[in-house]
Ligand binder design. Sequence first.
Ligand SMILES: Nc1ncnc2c1ncn2[C@@H]1O[C@H](COP(=O)(O)OP(=O)(O)OP(=O)(O)O)[C@@H](O)[C@H]1O
Ligand SMILES: [Mg+2]
Length: 239
Amino acid sequence: MLEVENLRVRYGNIEALQGISFHVREGEMVALLGSNGAGKSTTLMSIMRLPPPEGPTVASGSITFNGADLLPVAAHDIVARYGIGLVPEGRHIFGNLTVFENLKLATFARKDTQKLPDDYERVFSLFPRLRDRRHQRGDTLSGGEQQMLAMGRAFMSGVRFILLDEPSMGLSPLLMQELFRVLKELNEAGTTILVVEQNARIALKYAHRAYVLEAGKIVMDGPAHELARNSEIQKAYLG
Ligand SMILES: Nc1ncnc2c1ncn2[C@@H]1O[C@H](COP(=O)(O)OP(=O)(O)OP(=O)(O)O)[C@@H](O)[C@H]1O
Ligand SMILES: [Mg+2]
């Protein structure tokens, strides 16, 4: 579904990705692991075609989605035309809107409006807390609830491929498990997922495969259960 080949990107003179290659097949849940500054968010911004200064400049390589070249595509078309959605680091919900309004706003570009009632129901059954709080303002939600809302928004936007940037950030271990269980459920229901995580333990528990990024290079990859048993990974990322 997604194929990244030999991708080199930079911010000014700094090369943030030094020729990375990876792929995500339809129906997979793939994790991209790595520590601070490895280039994980940069990878997601490259796929979403976020322009500078926030996003990087692509120097060489390719990003294709179902065979289509994404490099010349504008950021707003990535969601609308290609059905790729990003749940960015730090959530980005609308604090002055209610939970329901936040979800509703995410559906604006959808043409299949007859599916909306079922999709709201699906989000509320995946996240019962959001149902209870549907008339509450976004900025009064807890951090974990905001993360759920951000995921709910990505789902309501109707995309079939979701990129997530460190969804476990700042959550309690219990809430982390809850969130990843829901991600897995979404994945099993047909959404393809690429999840960026510093928390290798939880990501490897739920993902099918993973790649490890270090200083702009992919240094390891494989099935999640194999990486979880790998001694180098254990030393560096699993404490
Ligand atoms: N907009 C930007 N302008 C300049 N440099 C940037 C920009 N965004 C990121 N960088 C640099 O690119 C490198 C990779 O950053 P990136 O945000 O992709 O790392 P990350 O793996 O997501 O790290 P973290 O786990 O801390 O979020 C870092 O050295 C960072 O300082
Ligand atoms: Mg990041």
